[in-house]
Design a protein around this ligand. Structure first.
Ligand code: B12
Ligand code: SF4
Length: 467
């Protein structure tokens, strides 16, 4: 019997933490990893993004639990906090084996040569993690003969190992986390009073991968442009096991296969599953299949995040987005007609000048009620864009990789850039469907949201101070 601790570190970046006041999702990767561990072992998940004092929580957990094996997940902007965790774990529990997995380790393992780390797992982690445990149990010394498991000082990590479809993964063990900690701000346009505007939410996958190749995105490098829909019956079974009424589809591109999503939608309807769904979809998928979104609206799809990205066709082309302004315009109209709230995601370019911010703001103001969100164009580690712009980075582009801190030079002085950036968020609030439609909400929750928004906007405005 071994004791296994699975850990999600927090991010050092204030704006990332403040954003989580609106959307905070469970550590699904760790729940999957826990699912891969054979019965008879003791498993704990420690999510440091939900505790008040992460350092103390980690020290106490490691001291009390004394893990034999620790698995740590991290996005790029969490990697320096992960390094801090390794040090604490090593001090409290010198003999435990510390393994790092997740996106950062998969994409740029050469940036993970961190003291106290024993091994790096690249790509899908459940298989290798289980094998690491089996190797430990068998008393064998080396875990590095396991495919995709590397010593941190490896000279050559080779290409990114492609991820398989989600069908090959075990069932996630959702009961290992405190489910009351995960929620999503909810602003669907239904006119009636809302039970909650920050309901508890579960996340799950209906597919993985994506066939597109947007230049700013790493997903096609992780999946080799393949799209893997899950078996409909498996999705239904998982949906039925989820205690929450609200579900966030954490797919790369949920509606890529209209056939698959039609079959899933029909099955959800047949089975009488009543949940509220939120998902991502491309604008051209919406314009190609309006009837599919009508079906999904009937079975509970209330909010769709759409990467509209830009208000210029030339920029969409540079991004290799394969969707045009016309697709965006029509998708907005279709969703409004159906009654699904659109959460448009726009990218502010580092070379934006005052007039560009103004034009984007006017576009958002002219849209139907929407929950608009803005990020700053930042090439993702591992993409061709990252390689292309590498010499221009103005900061440690890994630690600052949150799509809020610009990693490329801006035309406007940083302070002014972020003043306009935060004003976009403030201005977009006036178009929030809850506000436009005057929907009565729980006053306490409303106060919470106002306070969180105030703090988030302040963090955005102060981003320039971090450099
Ligand atoms: C859902 C999602 C979110 C959710 C949050 C999800 C969460 N629980 O935290 C939301 C919408 C909030 C979000 C926000 C952001 N996200 Co996001 N997100 C995703 C998305 C679409 C799916 C992630 C997911 O849930 N996957 C399901 C799990 C089960 O899969 P997994 O994480 O890959 O885990 C597997 C392996 O990686 C491995 N593994 C993972 N951890 C470990 C640990 C060990 C020990 C081992 C052995 C293996 C292992 O095994 C797992 C099982 O197979 C991914 C794209 C993608 N393909 O993953 C982007 C992605 C992870 N996001 C990304 C980014 C950049 C962000 C933001 C920073 C940007 C932004 N402003 O939107 C923010 C901030 C997040 C933060 N905390 O810093 C990038 C990360 C790149 C990077 N280098 O860090 C990705 C890859 C998207 C992209 N196009 O580049 N995101
Ligand atoms: S941004 Fe979305 S559509 Fe584009 S490649 Fe990434 S996952 Fe696919």
């Amino acid at each position: 019997m071994k004791r296994i601790l699975l850990l999600r570190p927090d991010s050092r970046l204030t704006v990332v933490r403040r954003l989580r006041a609106f959307l905070h999702l469970e550590p699904l990767a760790l729940e999957y990893l826990a699912g891969s561990i054979p019965e008879g072992n003791e498993v704990k998940i420690l999510d440091l993004t939900v505790v008040k004092n992460p350092i103390r929580a980690l020290q106490k957990t490691v001291k009390d639990f004394k893990p034999d094996l620790v698995g740590v997940t991290a996005y790029s902007n969490q990697i320096d906090r992960a390094a801090q965790c390794f040090k604490i774990i090593r001090k409290e529990c010198p003999d435990s084996i510390i393994v790092l997995g997740g996106h950062h380790a998969t994409i740029i393992p050469e940036e993970c040569r961190i003291p106290h780390l024993d091994a790096i797992v690249r790509g899908e982690g459940c298989g290798p993690f289980r094998k690491i445990l089996e190797t430990m149990e068998s008393g064998e010394k080396s875990i590095f003969s396991i495919p995709n498991v590397y010593p941190p000082d490896a000279e050559n990590f080779g290409p990114i190992p492609l991820y398989p479809g989600v069908d090959s993964l075990p069932k996630p063990r959702r009961n290992l986390v405190d489910r009351s900690k995960y929620f999503c701000a909810w602003s669907s346009p239904r006119k009636e009073r809302k039970a909650s505007i920050i309901p508890r939410i579960a996340s799950m996958r209906t597919s993985s991968g994506c066939a597109y190749q947007c230049s700013f995105c790493i997903v096609h490098k992780l999946y080799g442009r393949k799209y893997y829909p899950r078996k409909v019956d498996d999705i239904i079974e998982e949906l039925k096991s989820i205690p929450e009424d609200y579900v966030y589809f954490v797919d790369d591109e949920t509606f890529l296969s209209a056939k698959h999503m039609r079959a899933l939608g029909k099955k959800i309807h047949e089975q009488g599953i009543k949940k509220h769904f939120v998902s991502w979809a491309r604008s051209n998928t919406i314009t190609d299949n309006p009837d599919l979104f009508e079906l999904w609206h009937e079975i509970g799809l209330e909010i769709i995040y759409v990467g509209l990205e830009s208000i210029h066709d030339r920029t969409l082309k540079t991004f290799n987005k394969k969707a045009t302004l016309n697709h965006n315009k029509k998708a907005i109209e279709i969703l409004e007609k159906i009654g699904i709230t659109i959460h448009p995601a726009f990218m502010v370019m580092p070379d934006f000048e005052v007039d560009d911010f103004k034009a984007l703001n006017e576009y958002v103001q002219s849209m139907p009620p929407a929950e608009a969100a803005f990020t700053v164009y930042s090439p993702a580690p591992g993409t061709d864009d990252w390689e292309k712009h590498k010499d221009d980075f103005i900061c440690d582009a890994i630690k600052f990789y949150d799509c809020m801190h610009t990693i490329l030079p801006t035309k406007l002085p940083l302070k002014e850039f972020y003043k306009h950036f935060s004003q976009l968020t403030v201005s977009a609030l006036s178009r929030n469907p809850l506000r436009v439609n005057n929907i009565p909400v729980n006053p306490l929750e409303l106060l919470k949201i106002i306070w969180r928004t105030h703090r988030y906007v302040r963090a955005q405005r102060n981003l320039w101070k971090d450099y």
